[in-house]
Design a protein around this ligand. Structure first.
Ligand SMILES: NC(=O)c1ccc[n+]([C@@H]2O[C@H](COP(=O)([O-])OP(=O)(O)OC[C@H]3O[C@@H](n4cnc5c(N)ncnc54)[C@H](O)[C@@H]3O)[C@@H](O)[C@H]2O)c1
Ligand SMILES: [Zn+2]
Ligand SMILES: [Zn+2]
Length: 391
């Protein structure tokens, strides 16, 4: 089959690779209908995620059709149209039973790397390095889906493929940020980043009752899209001081909940941003946390900051003093998709959650390297490139 392979930093190519097979009785094989790029893939492309090997198939967000079913699979049959969570989770361990699905103890087949990096390993993800299990990704014609009873979800009739595709990852990630960030009716919520994840976090905050949602980015087309399709207010951080603007718009108090949806490659033209760039390139710090710092300073006293952006290691100049003295709750997580996806698909079916506008650049899988160039460099208003492997 055809698949998009990581070949080295900023090097991708479409190659012929072996078709996946059922390896475990709980697997299904999904024939991919659509698969999309994610900001997380850009961190792979940039060489910021360790344990990638040339030839690894990337991609972790996909919808498709079940074409082979392992003997212990109970909830799926041939021909089912399913959207699959980007995180792979066993459904039976202590973490899965406590709704902490991305922390599953049984899905990461390569726990040693995560243990060395973080103390305990995170769960497994499709197409996201050998540190996250070395699973083959979804930018391919077929994918093996382990623990399919827990990770694959039937798509309700009436929800089209393009809309449902985003239930793999960006919609549940955004929802988790607003939910576990503690958004309550009446809150003011600020969201850094107007990519798919940030837009979905902003939408989730509204659906959870936030009175005002303020989204922050610098790309005019992303800001306009967030105003139009999500209904949030926006701030262009390249044109104004974000902290001062947020104080102004919140009567001097600051947002109740701040959600960071930017991650380790944050853009920052200030002195601290240059410092982060240099240190990251020299590998003296692994991540550039400008948006996290800004969120911590901007948040109201006693408020909550939720980090959705992916970070891989250590950062400098973390404002621990602001966190402590302002009594903040700071959390982060990889997405616990299995907890939210069925509810989110229902909301999509009811028309409460619109996602299809995120698919700005549909194209055949053969053109995926071009799609990544558009997405990485935010060219031509690209928010997500969506690949269809079929002819
Ligand atoms: N926690 C999870 O489970 C999970 C799941 C999916 C994605 N992610 C992460 O979420 C982040 C966003 O993903 P995406 O797909 O939306 O990516 P994206 O690249 O499409 O969007 C990121 C946005 O952040 C903006 N940005 C950059 N620097 C900024 C700054 N200083 N202030 C405000 N905005 C800034 C960019 O202009 C861009 O629009 C990535 O780090 C990704 O790895 C996490
Ligand atoms: Zn993703
Ligand atoms: Zn588990």
């Amino acid at each position: 089959m055809k698949a998009l392979c990581w070949q080295g930093v900023n090097e991708l190519s479409v190659e012929e690779v072996p078709d996946p097979q059922i390896l475990n009785a709980q697997d299904v094989i999904v024939k991919v209908r659509l698969t999309t790029t994610c900001g997380s893939d850009l961190h792979l492309l940039g060489g910021y995620i360790p344990a990638m090997r040339a030839g690894d198939v990337i991609g972790h967000e996909f919808i498709g059709e079940v074409v082979a079913v392992g003997s212990e699979v109970r909830r799926h049959k041939m021909g089912d149209r399913v959207v699959v969570c980007s995180f792979i989770s066993c459904g039976r361990c202590w973490y899965c039973e406590n709704d902490l699905w991305s922390l599953c103890d049984n899905a990461n087949t390569n726990p040693g790397i995560g243990q060395a990096l973080f103390g305990y390993e995170p769960g497994g993800v499709f197409g996201y390095s050998h540190a996250m299990g070395g699973f083959k990704g979804s930018h391919a014609e077929y994918v093996r889906v382990p623990f399919a009873d827990y990770g694959a979800f039937p798509v309700p009739e009436g929800v089209d493929d393009t809309s449902a595709l985003f239930a793999s990852d960006s919609v549940p990630t955004g929802w988790m940020g607003a939910h576990l960030g503690g958004v309550k009716p009446g809150d003011v919520v600020a969201v850094w980043g107007c990519g798919a994840v940030g837009q979905m976090a902003a939408r989730a905050a509204m659906l959870l009752g936030a009175e005002r949602v303020i989204s922050i980015d610098r790309h005019p087309e992303r800001l306009a899209m967030t105003e139009r399709h999500v209904g949030a207010e926006t701030i262009d951080y390249s044109a104004t001081d974000v902290g001062a603007e947020l104080r102004e718009r919140t009567g001097g108090r600051g947002p109740d909940v701040c959600i960071e949806a930017v991650g380790m490659e944050a853009h920052d033209t200030g002195v601290q941003g240059v410092y982060d760039q240099v240190k990251q390139q020299l590998r003296l710090e692994t991540d550039r946390p400008s948006a996290v710092r800004e969120a911590i300073y901007a948040c109201r006293k006693g408020g909550s900051v939720f980090v959705l952006g992916v970070f891989g290691g250590t950062v400098d100049k973390f404002p621990l003093g602001a966190m402590m003295n302002k009594g903040l709750t700071v959390r982060g997580a990889q997405q616990h998709g299995q907890r939210y996806i069925p509810m989110l698909l229902e909301r999509m079916a009811k028309g409460e959650l619109k996602t299809s506008h995120l698919a700005t650049h549909p194209m055949p899988l053969d053109e995926a390297p071009k799609g990544y160039d558009l997405f990485k460099n935010k060219k031509d208003g690209c928010v997500r490139a969506v690949f269809h492997p079929g002819t």
